[in-house]
Design a protein around this ligand. Structure first.
Ligand code: T3D
Length: 263
């Protein structure tokens, strides 16, 4: 029987949600997106959950949207509205992560790419293994950073570094990510799991009201229009998709070759 694509466990006030498609580097499918939405909604007002950890099984956090799923939908003749897909999946996840007034922590082992990285950036805090790697990858397939990535990346790294990182789709290591503000902590890979639980547990000992109101204050100070921005970002992503390069970009990825974009 297939393993669930999203695993959930609770320990001493910490809820851990694990993306579980290791053979596909935890690329997000509908099961993961819908599972995340349901799991986050379920604990939003659960006082027993004091911190939330998102992590990946195997050798990566997440490689972003499952591009094979997109290819199959396109091959079946189904017209895909990327904006609608975002509204039904990653934008809902991002809204919940920002709205839940508890620390949400991404624990980055291995690769974090595409909307997997966007989701990590939407989280409150990020702890990474020293061998973790971060890349956006959207530009390689003719898209813009989505799922909140186009807002969180420049906020955390500054405009110039964010543009460079997004346009080039370069892959950076954990130390560089920490240096430019994308990651809070870097720990030896073998210690990531234990270090993540200890990192999360410290927030369970702080006044829940102080934690919640600090997140609310910071959200209002620097992300007052977060949901409106997600909608604008979805519309810009749709414009990018309408340009037509995305199909060639995804086809090239699935066929393991370089894309050939029209001039
Ligand atoms: O509406 C919307 O949702 C639009 C939004 C889109 C959001 C996005 O996330 S767009 C960006 C999507 N992600 C990417 O473009 C990244 C694609 N992956 C890669 O570039 C590379 O896989 C990595 C740099 C992440 C890792 O490279 P490497 O060499 O360590 O591993 P690999 O061999 O490429 O991947 C391992 C397997 O995972 C492989 O499967 P196989 O051949 O062994 O059966 C590969 O095909 C699969 N995989 C990796 N990423 C994805 C994936 N399968 C489906 N979708 C993926 N994104």
């Amino acid at each position: 029987m297939d393993q669930p694509a999203l695993l959930s466990s609770r320990d001493a006030g910490v809820l851990t949600l694990t993306f579980n498609r290791p053979a596909k580097l935890n690329a997000f499918n509908f099961e993961i997106a819908e599972g995340l939405i349901a799991a986050l909604q379920a604990v939003e007002h659960d006082a027993a959950v004091r911190a939330i950890v998102l992590r990946g099984s195997g050798r990566g956090f997440s490689a972003g949207q499952d591009l094979e799923v997109f290819m199959q939908l396109a091959a079946s003749g189904e017209r895909i509205s990327i904006a609608d897909h975002l509204r039904r999946t990653y934008n809902l996840v991002a809204t919940l992560v920002r709205r839940i007034e508890k620390p949400v922590i991404a624990s980055l082992n291995g690769i974090a790419a595409g909307v997997g990285l966007s989701l990590a950036l939407v989280c409150d805090l990020r702890i990474a293994a020293d061998d973790a790697e971060l890349t956006l990858g959207f530009s390689k397939i003719g898209l813009i950073p989505d799922g909140g990535g186009s807002l969180m990346l420049p906020l955390l790294a500054g405009l110039g570094r964010a543009l460079e990182f997004a346009w080039t789709s370069e892959k950076i290591g954990a130390e560089e990510a920490r240096r430019i503000g994308l990651v809070n902590r870097v720990v030896p890979a073998a210690e990531l799991e234990r270090a993540t639980q200890a990192y999360a547990a410290q927030f369970t000992r702080i006044s829940p009201a102080a934690v919640a109101l600090t997140k609310r204050a910071f959200n209002r100070a620097v992300l007052p229009n977060f949901d409106r921005w997600l909608e604008e970002e979805a519309e810009l992503q749709q414009a990018a998709a309408d340009g037509g390069d995305v199909l060639e970009g995804i086809r090239a990825f699935v066929e393991k070759r370089k894309p050939a974009y029209a001039k």
